[in-house]
Design a binder for this molecule. Structure first.
Ligand SMILES: Cc1ncc(COP(=O)(O)O)c(C=O)c1O
Length: 369
């Protein structure tokens, strides 16, 4: 692919994903489920899944059945789990495509049961247990009778899992309590001879902070893309960020003092100024806020004036050599300067997850091997 033919693009380093997955696998010593929902956290679901599998992931986790089906259609053959809600009418496709669904409540499971019976075949499932996330899942006290009731039917319970609400706090009594509740349930299931073989709980933060919750499968998303789970749980230097966001200057022009720049003319040049245009705006997932910076010629330059849907303007006085066609870095490194996805997230008053998930589909993704 010819990068010169793009005015903006995402560069995604598949080796970084392979490396990060392999590192987590080594660190934990258990199987890895790469969580690649929301288009692989914006990195592209299929290439991310493929790289994760090459790095040693034996499972991929998604939020919706449509995501799982798209991965199957794209030839991803590993074990696939839908971690969220699956509509009952999709159960036949889940069975046909060997997609594991999550059982989040008894009534819904009953509908799955009906669809599975009519379709024929066995639906593979993991029971989701609500231990304190306050989101989805069976209450611990209901799980044993529930699992018992499924014996001999068309739903095969192959796994059980829970999700942590505060695992990014390395010293969280709340998480320890969630682990205790989950462990207690596992003991009950074991005594009744009903413990499912696959047990998982750890998102990226818990991979690092709660090794006692690794069980026999961990479930990281953010860390496989080289992003820190939170400020309290920064990734070490052994992790490699997988994504850079780049663009080219498409115009560079001198404006006399007193010129208005962009909608509302909120920025007025105070002297003769060199203003560049980069072809990125809120239509690409770049926030429409003030005081943003990007890199040009290895230096930080300011975004000036309102961010438009498809363009925004840069103050280029600090980089007198900058010219049309030069590379701009919004996320990533240029020379000795870096703008991390965490810096952008802080600027946008959000978390790095939201930054990458918001990268628009229209941004070309260039995959580096
Ligand atoms: C159920 C579940 N497991 C695992 C993950 C992965 O979390 P993280 O990206 O923090 O590793 C998520 C992400 O939100 C999730 O919803």
């Amino acid at each position: 692919m010819d990068i010169n033919s793009y005015s903006t693009w995402l560069e995604i380093d598949l080796n970084a994903i392979r490396h990060n997955v392999a590192y987590i696998k080594d660190l934990t010593g258990v199987e890895v489920m790469a969580v690649i929902k929301a288009n692989g956290y914006g990195h592209g679901a299929r290439p991310a899944a493929q790289a994760a599998v090459q790095g040693g992931a034996t499972w991929c986790g998604v939020a919706r059945i449509e995501e799982a089906l798209a991965l199957r259609r794209a030839g991803i053959a590993c074990k696939l789990v839908v971690l969220g809600y699956t509509p009952p009418s999709k159960i036949p496709e889940a069975i046909d495509q060997q997609i594991v669904v999550s059982l989040i409540d008894p009534e819904l499971t009953h509908s799955y049961f009906e669809f599975a019976r009519i379709n024929g075949g066995i639906l593979k499932a993991h029971v989701k247990v609500e231990t304190g996330m306050g989101r989805l899942g069976m209450l611990p006290k209901d799980v044993l009778p529930f699992v018992k009731s499924l014996r001999g039917g068309p739903i095969s319970v192959e796994g059980i899992f829970t999700h942590f609400a505060q695992a990014d706090d390395p010293d969280s009594d709340y998480t320890r309590k969630q682990i205790r509740v989950f462990n207690q349930l596992l003991v009950e299931l074991e005594s009744a001879g009903l413990k499912p073989p696959v047990v998982h709980a750890a998102n990226s933060a818990a991979v690092f902070n709660y090794p006692e919750a690794h069980y026999n499968l961990v479930r990281p998303g953010n860390a496989i893309f080289g992003m820190s789970p939170s400020q309290q749980t920064p990734l070490g230097p052994e992790f490699k960020p997988a994504l850079m966001w780049k663009a080219r200057l498409i115009s560079v022009r001198g404006y006399p003092a007193g010129s208005g720049i962009s909608y509302g003319s909120k920025y007025i040049t105070s002297a003769q100024e060199r203003i560049g245009v980069m072809p990125i705006g809120y239509g690409d997932g770049f926030r429409r806020i003030d005081n943003q910076e990007v890199l040009v010629d290895g230096k930080r330059v300011k975004v000036v004036g309102r961010v438009c849907m498809d363009q925004c303007m840069l103050q280029l006085d600090a980089v007198p050599g900058a010219k049309v066609g030069d590379e701009v870095v919004l996320i990533g490194t240029q020379g000795s300067e870096t703008i991390s996805v965490d810096e952008v997230a802080a600027r946008w008053s959000t978390i790095n997850y939201e930054v990458v998930c918001g990268l628009a589909d229209r941004l070309p993704r260039i995959y580096l091997e």
